[in-house]
Design a protein around this ligand. Structure first.
Ligand SMILES: NC(=O)c1ccc[n+]([C@@H]2O[C@H](COP(=O)([O-])OP(=O)(O)OC[C@H]3O[C@@H](n4cnc5c(N)ncnc54)[C@H](OP(=O)(O)O)[C@@H]3O)[C@@H](O)[C@H]2O)c1
Length: 325
C-alpha cells in the first residue's frame, strides 16, 4: 500500500505522510533497518547531523538504490542544520559534508534543527559537535541571527543542494518573524507533538501559512525514557493511558496506531522511529482506520503542555532561553 502524501508549498513536492525517524537508531542497525524499511514501503526518512549516523543511514539508502528497489527520486530524505553551523560561511560546507556522508547529491528537505546558534566547532575537532563546545558541559551561544542562517539556507536551494527548506523547534513568534524576510518560504515546521504537548495554536498558525507540520516523538515520554530523563520517567506512558487504551480497543488497534492516527488524521506528518519490523510495518500502515471526532477531541484533551525536548534544558543557567513557549 502507498502512503498518502502532503503537497509542500511552495515547491509542490509530495511528502509521504508517514516517514521513519533515525534519532538514536544504532549505527550497527542503520543500514539493514533503512534497507528493510525501503523494501517494506517506506519512502520518507528523517535524519540529522546531530544523530551521528548519516553515513550508516546512507548505506541503507544506497543499497536499496543499487538493488533497483527504488530510484533516488522515489525517496524523500530530510536532514538538518546543526546549531554550530548557523553562520553563513558554514552552512553550505556542512551540507556538502552531510550529502557526502549520505552518498547523495541533494536533500529533499533541509531544516534548521533548533533556532539556537552555538559557537562553531570544526568537524575535524568533533562530529557531530553536540550542544557543548568542549563536548562536556560548556554550552556557548553565538551571535548569529536567524535571518543570516535563513538567507544561507535559501542559497542552498539556489545551488541545487536541497529542494526545500524549513525549520524545527520554532515557536510562533519566530515563525511570524521569519515569514517577514523569507525570499523562499519554509515548507515544513517540525516540532515535538503528542497528546501531552498538542501545540494547537502553533499547528494552526503553520497550517494557515501553508507550512506542513511534522510531528516528532509521537509517543511522548517513551523516546525520552530511553535517555533516562526525569520528566519522561515521571510522565505516564501514553500506551498505558486509559483514554488511549479505550480508543485502541474500540478500533482493535494498538495504542501506537491510535497516537499516530490522531496526528495524521489532522493533516500532520509523522516520523516514528522503530527497529522491530513488526512495529515498523504497524507504523507505516496505521492510516487504514479513522478515529471519530470525539476520540480525536478526547486525545487532544490530554494536553498538559509537557515538553520533553526543551532546548532551555541544554543551555546553562545564565543562557537559558525561554523561546519555545
Ligand atoms: N527535530 C527535532 O528536534 C527532533 C527531536 C526528536 C526526534 N526527531 C525525529 O523524530 C523521530 C521520532 O521521534 P523519536 O525517535 O523521539 O521517538 P518515537 O518515534 O516517538 O519513539 C521511538 C520509540 O518508540 C518505539 N516504537 C516505535 N514504534 C512503535 C510501535 N508501533 N509500538 C510500540 N513502540 C514503538 C521505538 O522502539 P524501537 O526503536 O526499539 O523499535 C522507540 O523506543 C526521530 O527518530 C527523529 O528523526 C526530531
Amino acid at each position: 500500500m502507498s502512503t498518502p502524501c502532503i503537497t509542500l508549498y511552495p515547491t509542490g513536492q509530495k511528502l509521504p505522510q508517514v516517514g521513519m525517524g533515525t534519532w538514536k537508531l544504532d549505527k550497527n542497525l542503520c543500514e539493514e533497518t533503512i534497507y528493510q524499511a525501503i523494501k517494506m514501503g517506506y519512502r520518507h526518512f528523517d535524519a540529522a547531523c546531530d544523530y551521528g549516523n548519516e553515513v550508516e543511514v546512507g548505506l541503507g539508502v544506497q543499497k536499496a538504490i543499487q538493488e533497483n528497489i527504488v530510484k533516488r527520486e522515489d525517496l524523500f530524505i530530510t536532514s538538518k542544520l546543526w546549531n554550530t553551523f548557523h553562520a553563513k560561511e558554514h552552512v553550505e560546507s556542512i551540507v556538502q559534508k552531510q550529502l557526502k556522508d549520505f552518498g547523495l547529491d541533494y536533500f529533499d528537505l533541509y531544516l534548521i534543527h533548533f533556532p539556537v546558534s552555538l559557537e562553531y566547532v570544526d568537524p575535524s575537532v568533533r562530529y557531530p559537535p553536540g550542544w557543548a563546545y568542549d563536548g562536556k558541559n560548556d554550552v556557548r551561544t553565538a551571535n548569529v541571527p536567524l535571518q543570516e542562517t535563513w538567507t544561507a539556507m535559501e542559497e542552498l536551494v539556489t545551488a541545487g543542494l536541497v529542494k526545500a527548506i524549513g525549520v524545527s523547534n520554532m515557536c510562533g513568534g519566530l515563525l511570524v518573524d521569519l515569514l517577514r524576510y523569507a525570499r523562499i518560504r519554509p515548507s515544513v515546521l517540525q516540532v515535538e507533538h503528542h497528546p501531552y504537548l498538542t501545540q494547537t495554536k502553533l499547528v494552526q498558525l503553520a497550517q494557515s501559512e501553508h507550512i506542513a507540520v511534522t510531528a516528532y516523538s509521537s509517543f511522548g515520554p517513551l523516546s525520552f525514557r530511553e535517555l533516562n530523563w526525569d520528566s519522561a520517567n515521571e510522565a505516564k506512558i501514553l500506551f498505558e493511558h486509559d483514554t488511549v487504551l479505550k480508543i485502541a480497543q474500540n478500533h482493535q488497534r494498538t495504542p501506537a496506531e491510535v497516537l499516530l492516527r490522531w496526528s495524521t488524521q489532522r493533516g500532520l506528518i509523522v516520523i516514528p522511529k522503530a527497529t522491530d519490523p513488526v512495529l515498523m510495518k504497524q507504523n507505516l500502515e496505521h492510516i487504514q482506520f479513522d478515529l471519530t471526532e470525539d476520540e480525536i477531541r478526547a486525545i487532544s484533551s490530554l494536553n498538559i503542555n509537557l515538553r520533553f525536548n526543551d532546548p532551555s534544558d541544554y543551555l546553562s543557567d545564565s543562557k537559558r532561553l525561554f523561546i519555545f513557549a
